[in-house]
Design a binder for this molecule. Structure first.
Ligand code: HMG
Ligand code: MG
Length: 283
C-alpha cells in the first residue's frame, strides 16, 4: 500500500458535533472548545452554522462563535445553506462558507425543506455572492452512500450534486456518509469514480461511525487518493435530520491512526487530549 506523507484533518466538532446535542451548550463553553482545538493546531475548524435557529436551536449563537473565531485568528468554516445565511456570515467576516445538499431527495427535503433542484439553484446564487466576497466555498454532499429514508444511494445521485458544485466554482467538496452506512469497498469505488470524473477537484471524506467501519473507510478513501478528512473531537455528533446517525469519526483516533502510520497531520496530540477531555464534559 502507498500512503501520502501528510494529510489535512478538518475539525468539525464545534458545529457538526455539537449541533446534535439536545441540551444547549453555553456559548462560553463552545468558545472554550474552539480555543482548545485551535491550540492543538488544526488548520481549519468548523465553528458555526447560520441555519435557521428554529431548525437547529443549538447553533443559534453562530454570530458570537464566528466573532470569537475571527478574534482568535483561526481559519474557520460556517454553514450557509441559503442567501439569508450567507448575508449573516458575511456581516461577521466568515472566511470559509459551506453549503450542504443531500444526494437523496427525501433527506434533502427533511434537512433543508427544499427539493434537490431548488437547493442547487439556491447554491448557485450563494456561490456567486460568496465569490464576490472572495470567500472559500465548501460544498457538502450528504448521504452519499446510503439514506435512512431511501436506502442505497447511487453514484449518479452523488454525481448530480458534485457536477453542479463543480460547475459553479466550489473550492472543495466534502463527501458525507451522513448516516454511517458505507463500507471500504464502496468508499474506494466511489472516490475513485469521483476523482476520475472530476480531475483536479479537491474531495474531502466525511465519515460517521455507526457500524464501526469509519476507520476502515478512511483507509479506503486514502487508497483512492483522498488526503483531506473531516472528523469531530471525542466523536461528537450525528445529524438531527438523519435518524440512526451516530457520531462523526473521532478526531483523536484519526490523528492516532495517521500518527502511528507515520503520516503527518500537524496536530499536537497532547493538546488535542485536553480538547477531548473538555468535549466529553459537554456531552
Ligand atoms: P425555510 O423555513 O424553508 O426558510 O428554512 P424560508 O426561506 O421559507 O424562510 C422562512 C423564514 O425563515 C423567513 O422569515 C426567513 O427570513 C427565515 P420570515 O420572513 O418568515 O420572518 N430564514 C432564516 N433565518 C435565519 N437564518 C437563515 C434563514 N433562512 C430563512 N439562514 C432553511 C430553510 C435552510 C433555513 C432551514 O431548513 C434550515 O435552517 N435547515 C438547516 C438544517 C440543518 O442545519 N441541518 C444540519 C446540518 S447538515 C448535516 O448535518 C450534514 C453535514 O454535516 C454532512 C454530514 O454529516 O454528512 C453537512
Ligand atoms: Mg457529519
Amino acid at each position: 500500500m502507498q500512503f501520502p506523507k501528510q494529510v489535512e484533518i478538518i475539525e468539525v466538532g464545534p458545529r457538526d458535533g455539537l449541533q446534535n446535542e439536545k441540551k444547549f451548550v453555553e456559548t462560553e463553553q463552545k468558545k472554550q472548545l474552539v480555543e482548545r482545538l485551535a491550540q492543538a493546531g488544526f488548520s481549519r475548524i468548523e465553528t458555526a452554522s447560520f441555519v435557521h435557529p428554529k431548525a437547529v436551536p443549538q447553533m443559534k449563537d453562530a454570530l458570537e462563535l464566528a466573532n470569537f473565531s475571527r478574534e482568535l485568528d483561526i481559519t474557520f468554516l460556517a454553514l450557509t445553506p441559503n442567501q439569508k445565511a450567507l448575508s449573516r456570515a458575511i456581516e461577521v467576516g466568515v472566511p470559509q462558507i459551506a453549503v450542504f445538499v443531500g444526494a437523496s431527495e427525501t433527506f434533502n427535503e427533511k434537512n433543508i425543506n427544499r427539493s434537490i433542484a431548488d437547493s442547487l439553484a439556491e447554491c448557485a446564487e450563494v456561490f456567486k455572492k460568496a465569490k464576490q466576497h472572495n470567500l472559500f466555498i465548501r460544498g457538502y454532499v450528504s448521504m452519499c452512500f446510503g439514506c435512512p429514508y431511501e436506502g442505497a444511494v447511487s453514484y449518479e445521485q452523488v454525481k448530480r450534486v458534485v457536477s453542479h458544485f463543480a460547475e459553479h466554482g466550489v473550492d472543495e467538496i466534502s463527501i458525507g456518509d451522513t448516516n454511517g452506512q458505507a463500507n471500504p469497498k464502496i468508499v474506494f469505488e466511489r472516490f475513485s469514480q469521483l476523482t476520475g470524473d472530476f480531475p483536479g477537484m479537491t474531495f474531502v471524506a466525511h465519515f460517521h461511525d455507526t457500524n464501526g467501519f469509519a476507520y476502515a473507510n478512511i483507509l479506503a478513501a486514502l487508497q483512492a487518493g483522498v488526503t483531506k478528512f473531516d472528523s469531530s473531537v471525542a466523536g461528537l455528533g450525528g445529524c438531527p435530520f438523519s435518524p440512526g446517525a451516530t457520531g462523526n469519526v473521532a478526531t483523536e483516533k484519526v490523528v492516532q491512526l495517521f500518527s502511528e502510520m507515520g503520516i503527518e497531520t500537524g496536530i499536537d496530540e497532547v493538546k488535542l487530549k485536553e480538547a477531548v477531555l473538555y468535549a466529553k464534559m459537554l456531552k
